[in-house]
Structures are given as structure tokens and as C-alpha cells.
Write a protein that binds this ligand. Structure first.
Ligand code: C2E
Ligand code: CA
Ligand code: CA
Ligand code: CA
Length: 279
């Protein structure tokens, strides 16, 4: 580890861009973060648009850095990918999520769907499906408790193996959402893969609703297509009543966003789902 640390700073010069310097330092610190237990999870609720009822939560990873405070995934996930550390972070997230589901179960929290983001690296790894099912087993959880969020670009990277991987997930009873739909190399073929049961409409389309006529047209088309394929639709990044109303009218089933809830600590999720339980 000592040599690695030295190497990470090999290119340091005072003239170096502050950005690059920060990334190099993050890299060194990320290597230690797993060992030092500096990650934790927050969970953002997903609501049924018609009723406002919470039907799911999405696990989102946070890095509590000893000096910098909370570092968001947008900053450290690309660095982790570059270092080949993303798979270990994803595996940690999967294990921590399953441990949390078990803890909620034991606390009497009514079961809801729990979504986990899967990076392209881990999804494409030969041990992926096995890893997920072993983690579920270790917590005595049935496969239906989890939903995996996988982006189109992660599916693209699998090439011809995608069909077989998805069939295996389907056989195990694990459902998949296509995440950030419409932003990647969209292939309509992914929508009919086995195990795919949900389609998540990316925030970049929701932001422009209802005013932007392009975003509105694309969103309506995605919703219509998902509906005819029997997929459950989830819109992300809903911040206004007007966005909510448009999506509800257009037939979107579920939504996620600051309008309903920020990502929450596990105990806050429990309080929301069990309002009558003493604290
Ligand atoms: P994502 O999967 O699209 O997750 C949604 C992101 O949007 C989350 O940011 C969430 O906090 C944020 N968000 C939710 N509602 C709103 C809203 O109304 N307005 C706005 N402006 N933002 C909203 P977060 O937690 O910072 O995560 C960013 C991305 O990092 C995620 O995008 C996902 O791609 C990745 N990520 C997060 N956690 C994990 C993880 O455990 N594993 C992997 N592989 N990736 C993760
Ligand atoms: Ca996601
Ligand atoms: Ca998403
Ligand atoms: Ca997104």
C-alpha cells in the first residue's frame, strides 16, 4: 500500500490542475475507504403516483470522508471505476442492503421493494449472478425482495451474453429495471429481455416537464411503449407538482424525487413506514 500511495502522487506538481489533484487524492483515499468502513447507505422512497403510497426504496451509497465530509457518488464512482474498485463497492452495497432488509424485517417494517444500482463492471463479471444470489441466501431473503437497476450502457457492454445473464436472473426470480432510460445507447431490444420488469425514465427528461414539448413527447412515447410491453414505469427526479401531474396524466405509475422525499437514513425509512411504532 505504501508504494501505491507514493505512486499516486508521482505526478504531483504545484501547477497541476486543482481538479486533477483532488482526483488523485480521492483515489488514494478510496482504496482505504472500504477497509475503514467509511461508506453508508441512504434510501430514497419511490411512490405510487396515484396514491402517494411508498412502494419501494432505492439504495444510494454515500462516502463519509473523515475530513471532507459527505462525498457524493457522482464524484467518487467515476474514480472508483477508473481504479477497478467499483465492483468491490457494489458488492459492499449489495451486502449492506440485504443486511438492512433483514433488519427492517426483524423490526416489523412492512416489506417493500428495495432497488440496488449495479455498475457495468460488476454486471459484466462472470461471478455477478452468483454473488447476488449468495448474498440473498446469507440473509435468508427471497429474490423478489430486490430489484436491480441496470443502465443501458451496462447491458450493451455485455454484448451477446446479455440474454443468458438476464435469463438466469429471471429464473432466480430477480427483477431488473432499465435505469436512466433514454440517455444511453438505447436499444428497444433490451425492453423485452427476460427479468426486465421496470423502466426508469431519467431525470433529464423529467426536468423539462411539462413545458418543454420535446421532453413531453419523448416521455409520453417511452411511457406508451413501456405500457404496451407490460413494464412498470418509474420517473426519477420529480421536483414539482406540475411534473407530477403531467406524469400521472400520461400514465406513469411510480415516481421518485425531492417532491416526495430526499434520500433517507434507514431509521427514517422505518419511521415513515411504521408511523405508529414507538421510536
Ligand atoms: P441514479 O441511479 O440516477 O440515482 C438518482 C440520483 O438522483 C441520486 O443521486 C438521487 O439522490 C438524485 N435525486 C433523486 N431525486 C432527485 C430530485 O428530485 N432532483 C435532483 N436534482 N436529484 C434527485 P446520488 O445519490 O447522488 O447518485 C447519483 C448516481 O450515482 C446514481 O444515479 C447512480 O448512477 C450512482 N449511484 C448511487 N449509488 C450507487 C451505488 O450504490 N452503486 C452504483 N454502482 N452506483 C450508484
Ligand atoms: Ca438508479
Ligand atoms: Ca436512475
Ligand atoms: Ca438518472
Amino acid at each position: 500500500a505504501k508504494t501505491e500511495e507514493r505512486n499516486a502522487f508521482r505526478f504531483y506538481t504545484p501547477m497541476m490542475h486543482a481538479d486533477t489533484r483532488r482526483r488523485l487524492q480521492l483515489a488514494t483515499e478510496l482504496r482505504q475507504a472500504l477497509a475503514r468502513n467509511e461508506f453508508h447507505l441512504v434510501f430514497q422512497p419511490s411512490v405510487e403516483l396515484r396514491t402517494g403510497r411508498i412502494v419501494a426504496v432505492e439504495a444510494l451509497v454515500r462516502w463519509q470522508h473523515p475530513e471532507r465530509g459527505e462525498v457524493l457518488p457522482a464524484e467518487f464512482i467515476p474514480v472508483a471505476e477508473g481504479l477497478g474498485l467499483i465492483r468491490r463497492i457494489d458488492e459492499w452495497v449489495m451486502q449492506a442492503t440485504c443486511a438492512q432488509i433483514q433488519a427492517w424485517d426483524m423490526a416489523g417494517v412492512p416489506p417493500i421493494r428495495v432497488a440496488v444500482n449495479i455498475s457495468a463492471r460488476w454486471f459484466g463479471h462472470p461471478a455477478f449472478v452468483d454473488g447476488v444470489s449468495r448474498t440473498l441466501q446469507s440473509r435468508h431473503l427471497s429474490a423478489s425482495r430486490l430489484m436491480l437497476e441496470i443502465t443501458e450502457s451496462a447491458m450493451l457492454r455485455l454484448g451477446d451474453d446479455i440474454e443468458r445473464t438476464m435469463q438466469t436472473l429471471h429464473t432466480l426470480g430477480i427483477e431488473v429495471a432499465i435505469d436512466d432510460f433514454g440517455t444511453g445507447y438505447s436499444s428497444m431490444a433490451y425492453l423485452k429481455l427476460p427479468a426486465v420488469a421496470y423502466l426508469k425514465i431519467d431525470r433529464s427528461f423529467v426536468t423539462g416537464l411539462p413545458g418543454d414539448s420535446n421532453d413531453a413527447a419523448i416521455t409520453e412515447a417511452m411511457l406508451a411503449m413501456a405500457k404496451s410491453l407490460g413494464l412498470t414505469t418509474i420517473a426519477e427526479g420529480i421536483e414539482t407538482e406540475a411534473q407530477h401531474d403531467f406524469l400521472l396524466r400520461s400514465g406513469c405509475m411510480e415516481g421518485q424525487g425531492y417532491l416526495y422525499s430526499y434520500p433517507l437514513r434507514p431509521e427514517e425509512v422505518q419511521r415513515l413506514l411504521c408511523p405508529n411504532q414507538p421510536p
